[in-house]
Design a protein. Structure first.
Length: 86
């Protein structure tokens, strides 16, 4: 999977003209227990996977769409806080 070749993926994309500052997300274990989404920049993808000990199955998402998930996360967090205050 992409996790094992993340360095190659990021190097190839950067060599093909994608900005090293392009947002990237790795979705690990999808809908399974202990699922997580980790965000970084394209230039840090391989190092982040090693640092965070990301395992398969995982999906790598590259592009500005990654920043949209931040907004959804914030809205979800605000909704949870509002419910707790009731």
């Amino acid at each position: 999977m992409g996790v094992a070749t993340a360095n190659d993926i990021s190097e190839k994309l950067i060599a093909d003209g994608v900005s090293p500052d392009m947002p990237v997300a790795v979705l690990e274990r999808g809908t399974r227990k202990r699922a997580r989404a980790i965000r970084t920049l394209l230039t840090d993808l391989g190092d982040m996977i090693v640092r965070e000990k990301v395992g398969s199955p995982a999906i790598i998402i590259v592009g500005d769409v990654v920043t949209k998930s931040d907004a959804q996360d914030r809205l979800f967090s605000l909704a949870e806080k509002a419910e707790m205050m009731q």
